[in-house]
Design a protein. Sequence first.
Length: 507
Amino acid sequence: MCDDRADGNAFGRRALFVTGAAAALTLGSVTFASAADTGAGGQVTRTVRGTLPPGAPDFVYVPVEVPPGVREIRVSYTYDKPAVPAGTAGNALDIGVFDERGTDLGGKGFRGWSGGARTEFFVRADDATPGYLPGPVRAGTWHIALGPYTVAPQGLTYELTITLTYGEPGRTPRPVHPPERAKGRGRAWYRGDCHLHSWHSDGRRTPAEIGALARAAGLDFINTSDHNTNSSHPHWADVAGDDLLVMLGEEVTTRNGHVVALGTDPGTFVDWRYRARDNRFGKFARRVREAGGLVVPAHPHATCVGCNWKFGFGDADAIEVWNGAYTPDDEVALADWDSMLVASVREGREWIPAMGNSDAHRDPDPVGMPQTVVLADDLTREAIQAGIRAGRSYVAESARVALSFGASGGRGRHAGIGERLEVDRDTPVTVRLEVSGAPRCTVRFVTDQGVLFTGAPLPESGAGTVEWRTTPSYAAYVRAEVRHETAAGPLPGALAAFTNPVFLGHR
């Protein structure tokens, strides 16, 4: 093994130039000897050090000149974590890699991303670290991508160790993906969780473990959504079955919010290296749809750095209103979504449905809490997506909770969740909710005027039927909430379930 070391400050002694994106920076190249100079099976290691100041670009690229004859590239890294004042962000540094095809937006050269979940990775033809794509290590300029997520006031000092192993490459396995259809029950209500993380990003569970937990939670479908990588897509075929539809996707994790690409074609990669001010999200939302997926902004009011959604909702097919255990930011998201419903009624435009997912990463995060329950024509990718897009769905905290919700009036007409009851504005309408699995919970009916009906607590059995009468002139839409009892105070309890709306009256 050969070991060479290079020192440099990212903004000082090392050569640098700014890339086409304003928030990216490229350092000087790291070079390696050719295979002829090392011998087959030999290794060469380079170590690079640098310091990033506060206010560093979102992405810093370290070019690596890879000669012919390389079998494997392996990278490890460390960085300092100095103490910082209370309320000040400390150091956090993400990492990934792009191959000789380059770092241009769109991801042609993308070969993997692990964010801050791993301290090392490797790529070779026959295998790669989870989060990374196996394939030949071709000659050319590769780029290690550093993402300084947050930088302490003292700066962020890092050390990269890059090892090339020379020799004959292995054979890249042909990917096998899960089928787009499970057995199903025809037109029925199907339960799913569309926001899940495996060990291919910052999760700690294998696909097989997630599949077992999904079945135990009573789910019919799931969607894979690892952060900024599609590397897990070929690893779900053995998880799917007649009883479980596995859709493929990605959680596109930008510095201005996260969005779930739901049910894309196998192998689809969606780039994340932009902010709202760059005006590029629309391009990548189209990329999701062109790949057969849905665009679903995730946890839009989450409080973690970079998690709050800043791109607007003009490109959204649905919104993840409830994410994991119900918390105050979910309550804000629910209220914000309800305001969007009011605006859609006022302006006569299309509305955006809501959904809920677990965002489960590791034990003890429960898979399927919450879950979106979708009325679909069959248990297929296309049918489930159509149900989500149409808003024919409700969200429940577990498989124990089941709802039936609709409105009727005007010569026997009826409309269910996500539908419109086409009756005159003064026609009497009966809204009806049937509940099971929600002991001592309270039912509320919410309209464009706010909460207009609150029922008595459901019995200990958790089952009950609640009706309320109104007219389209009084309520342009009605949606149902089922809430747990509150411990004290005037605030509503945490959700046990909620529905998308039923609209009343003519458009």
